[in-house]
Design a protein. Structure first.
Length: 633
């Protein structure tokens, strides 16, 4: 099928959005040009990962999500601003404009739920609702928006399978997180949906942005360190641009991607903890509870959680914090101010916190200011230190002989002046002062959109990046031999596994272990695809053919801890079958199978494409979820 567009979804902890590419070449194939940010809000490429669901519709989602029709999702958002009688409202501006509706009805709020999955929560904190169902609902909302935009653009109804979808995930996701997100992506969008790594997108996008013609500009051997600092995580990858024998270029992973569960959300939480300590220090509630005796969580429950239900007043106070957080002159001022709202003081009085209300009233009259150095030390530095520590750790573990030539800073938090300066100082201290001239920062729009824009490129150029294997060894058999051949020697040499003449014959001497009748016809020797710590190679089989009357192909995937494996029978103790798929096909036809092991290093999913060898027609495409979680070490 010819896709009408490629859309990459950046599902973020604080902000989410999509990037679309919809230009085609003369053959009708999608080409990477003019990426569009579909959820851009002002000078930022994404909108808040924050939505409300009307209570009765939420109950229907809980009881019968799969049976709900798409037209039953009545969404108000940036893309759907005027939907009548809505049951879902998402995005910061849409919520602002519909505060009256939310406050007058029974609506449930979902915000910052992505990192709950990483923490292992099964339900949304504060609301007994399955977390996975929340994520599926949110991504379905985004899908419906994209389908509506494509239908409007093409003046006809566009279906889900007409779009090439991608979903990005953080580097720190566990195998369990990867499995959940892969399954959700393939259920909400299509079986062909690709799962992509977040920090790789900014690298691709930065290479394009550096060129006046918006073409990717490679330099053979150049190594880039990408630091993507977002709301929930900081993701880091190290990639090298490598010229191929064909004359083209690939990005090769130098060391495994890593990151930290530290981001802008932590700074937000730290600020309000700091603020609440300041306004309650030494005071007691109307019923005699000393605020100083409460931990940060209980203090927030007492003095803030209830107030956050007053959406308009809370957004105003939160906006005041964002203005303070993003001040460009933090390093040049000794004091900084924060503006409370009169609505907060009134709420405190009405909810048994009159002493705190009195102090807030004084701040309303005289102004509230903090010592900048103290605020930075207690609010910003704990998160900044974690991020810089992770950067130093990754740089210290760079393989010997590798020189980092450039650095890409991306993500919304990279626009914070203090952190940007601190990261630059850390890089100069660890890589040398000269690296300062090779640090690429992006403006707010690009910093937020680089993940999705780069992911769009990777959707259209699936071989653009070669990653390191996360497993010891994975194999796919490709040839029937009786002993070592030059081709086999060359295959194993790429993985630093030596083979010598007679090696396979020696392995075949144990007649009790292997079926000698198979050896007489030749032995299936499994060619390696991935060895832990080595670059992964995708698998391509050009010689698949069906017999007369055969209507399906069976494909099996094996793994082993041994460097060389003989497929003499399926009881070989050195061999483990991971997955088997059966693909419907036509009899007496030649096929080509492509299997993307690269994606498995990100999502534990194998993406495969089966084509008719003669025509190139795609007859099957899909993903095998949870393919290699047994390899986690």
């Amino acid at each position: 099928m010819a896709y009408v567009s490629a859309i990459a979804v950046d599902f973020g902890s604080t902000n989410s959005g999509c990037c679309r590419v919809c230009e085609h070449d003369e053959n009708g194939e999608l080409v990477y040009a003019n990426p569009e940010f579909l959820h851009s809000v002002g000078d930022y490429a994404k909108d808040n990962t924050w939505f409300y669901v009307e209570e009765s519709f939420l109950e229907r989602i809980r009881k019968s999500y799969d049976s709900l029709r798409d037209d039953e999702f009545r969404i108000v958002s940036k893309i759907f601003p005027n939907t009548p009688d809505p049951n879902i409202i998402w995005g910061r501006e849409a919520i602002k404009h519909n505060m009256g509706l939310i406050k007058s009805g029974n609506w449930k709020c979902f915000k910052r739920f992505k990192m709950m999955l990483y923490r292992g929560d099964e339900s949304y904190i504060g609301l007994d609702f399955p977390l996975i169902l929340i994520i599926k609902t949110y991504l379905r909302i985004i899908k419906l928006e994209c389908l509506a935009l494509e239908s409007q653009r093409l003046c006809r109804n566009v279906t889900t399978d007409e779009i090439m979808w991608g979903l990005t995930i953080p580097t720190i996701w566990t195998d369990s997180n990867k499995r959940v997100m892969s399954e959700i992506a393939h259920e909400v969008f299509t079986e062909q949906t690709r799962v992509l790594s977040e920090p790789e997108g900014p690298l691709v996008y930065s290479l394009q942005a550096a060129n006046a013609q918006s073409k990717l500009e490679y330099v053979d051997g150049r190594v880039s360190l990408v630091i993507d600092m977002g709301g929930g995580t900081t993701d880091i990858c190290l990639m090298k641009e490598t010229r191929q024998q064909s004359g083209g270029y690939k990005l090769e992973m130098v060391s495994n991607s890593d990151g930290s569960a530290a981001g802008g959300n932590d700074i937000d939480e730290a600020f309000f903890a700091y603020l609440l300590r300041d306004i309650s220090r030494g005071l007691t509630s109307d019923n005699g509870i000393a605020y100083d005796s409460l931990n940060d969580y209980d203090l927030a429950e007492a003095l803030l959680s209830g107030f956050q239900e007053n959406i308009d007043s809370w957004i105003e106070m939160e906006d005041n914090w964002y203005k303070l957080k993003n001040r460009p002159d933090f390093n040049s001022i000794t004091e900084c101010s924060f503006a409370f709202t009169a609505a907060y003081r009134k709420w405190l009085i009405n909810n048994g916190h009159s002493n705190v209300a009195t102090r807030v009233g004084e701040y309303l009259m005289d102004g509230c200011s903090f010592k900048t150095a103290d605020l930075v030390d207690k609010v910003f530095n704990p998160t900044f230190d974690k991020i810089c520590s992770k950067i130093r750790e990754i740089i210290s573990n760079v393989p010997g002989g590798t020189t980092i030539n450039r650095v890409v800073l991306a993500g919304g938090l990279s626009c914070n002046y203090q952190l940007n300066a601190l990261v630059r100082n850390t890089l100069s201290a660890t890589l040398g002062a000269s690296i300062a001239d090779s640090i690429s920062s992006m403006g707010a729009l690009m910093a937020g959109g680089a993940i999705a824009a780069g992911a769009c490129y990777m959707l259209l150029n699936k071989d653009a990046i070669t990653r390191l294997s996360a497993w010891n060894r994975t194999y796919f058999y490709d040839s029937r031999v009786k002993d070592v051949t030059p081709a086999l020697i060359d295959e194993y040499r790429q993985f630093d596994v030596p083979l010598k003449p007679g090696h396979i014959s020696g392995l075949m001497d144990d007649e009790e272990k292997y079926d000698t009748t198979i050896f007489n016809r030749g032995t299936l020797v499994l060619f390696p695809v991935a060895i832990k710590g080595k670059l992964v190679r995708n698998f391509v089989a050009d010689d698949l053919s069906t017999r007369e009357g055969q209507t399906s192909l069976s494909i099996r995937f094996y793994s082993s801890e041994k460097p060389i494996v003989i497929y003499a029978n399926q009881d070989n103790p050195d061999l483990r079958m991971e997955k088997e798929i059966r693909i419907p096909c036509q009899p007496d036809t030649g096929y080509q199978l492509e299997v993307d092991f690269n994606e498995a290093t990100i999502s534990n999913s194998l993406h495969y494409v089966l084509k008719v060898r003669q025509t190139g027609e795609v007859v099957a495409e899909g993903s095998i979820d949870d393919a290699f979680t047994s390899k986690e070490e």
